[in-house]
Design a protein around this ligand. Structure first.
Ligand code: PPS
Length: 299
């Protein structure tokens, strides 16, 4: 059995001939893209047996998941010599249910990832105290990135106007659910020593520091030269250049702009104000809220 990869070209895997309604379904009250996340796989997620030495990456959609996949593959490859050239995205909720067997047989250290809400991450990851890197991004840029992804990824519904997508994002009616629900759930776990939260914006400001801290957190020893080399190979430009190979023709969709502040080109003043109000109500005064540095990146 093999997992589905970005290069699967069968029409239904590409979303061709499917209506917007067929492309998305509700599971336990949350929307998921039906091609990427078959219901059977979601139902079987709890069968995954986590390992202590798994490298688990968690990110709400569009917060920098693929960026960190690139970084973590390089870190693991450099530190352990394990070949990390898989083209399959390491999301546990992706692909055919048989893929869970592939995960089971993968030798340690495994790189696993997910976009799902922390309460739905299989319990064994918490029981085994698996280390998890959690990536967040300011909500305005996340929304813009998500909107473009809906528009340009044929497996997602593309018929929504910017205004409709905006209100769906704000009410959590988007794939993988509400940004704010995810953030509030991680806020509750901020003290867990096995969880490290990083933001897209801090990684943009100092990627070398990010690589150094992330590898230390997972217990990988890297030389300063390796840290620098990984950071240089993981800039937006470097990853975008290789993206048609790593993401089979979808490179420019996954590696779109890679900037902080693109929301300013998209939000109306009213939408900006609406997000400010919701952020204030949901996250102001929390540690994750402070880490997101909303003042600096969203105002
Ligand atoms: N190396 C690097 N540096 C900076 N930014 C990067 C990098 N790689 C990916 N990106 C940007 O991350 C956004 C995609 O996020 P995800 O990978 O989490 O998307 S996904 O949910 O897994 O599809 C998407 O953001 P936008 O460009 O704003 O749309 C990508 O361009």
């Amino acid at each position: 059995a093999s997992g589905r990869t970005f290069s699967d070209k069968s029409p239904r895997h590409c979303g061709k001939g499917m209506s917007d309604e067929e492309k998305i379904f509700t599971y336990n009250g949350v929307l998921y893209p039906s091609i990427m996340c078959p219901e059977e796989t979601l139902k079987r997620l709890d069968s995954i047996q986590a390992r202590e030495d798994d490298v688990m990456l968690v990110a709400y959609p569009k917060c920098g998941f693929n960026w960190m996949v690139g970084v973590l593959r390089k870190i693991i490859g450099e530190a352990t010599g394990k070949k990390m050239d898989s083209k399959t995205p390491p999301l546990i909720e992706f692909s055919a249910p048989e893929y869970l067997k592939v995960i089971e047989q993968d030798p340690s250290p495994r790189l696993l990832g997910t976009h799902i809400h922390p309460d739905n991450i299989p319990a064994s990851f918490f029981e085994k105290k698996t280390k998890m890197l959690v990536v967040f991004r300011n909500p305005k840029d996340t929304l813009v990135s998500f909107y473009h992804f809906y528009q340009n990824n044929p497996v997602l519904p593309s018929g929504q106007s910017w205004e409709t997508f905006f209100s769906n994002f704000m009410s959590g009616e988007v794939a993988w659910g509400s940004y704010f629900e995810h953030a509030k759930a991680w806020e509750k776990r901020m003290d867990d020593p096995n969880i490290m939260v990083v933001t897209y914006e801090e990684l943009k400001e100092d990627l070398s520091m990010g690589v150094r801290n992330i590898s230390r957190f997972f217990g990988f020893q890297l030389t300063e030269e390796q840290v620098q080399q990984i950071a240089e190979g993981s800039t937006f430009r470097a990853m975008r250049e290789k993206s048609n190979d790593s993401h089979a023709g979808m490179g420019k969709v996954f590696f779109r702009k890679g900037e902080v502040g693109d929301w300013k080109n998209n939000f109306t003043p009213e939408q900006s104000q609406k997000m400010d109000e919701v952020f204030k109500a949901e996250l102001e005064g929390t540690r994750l809220g402070a880490k997101l540095n909303y003042q600096k990146y969203c105002q």
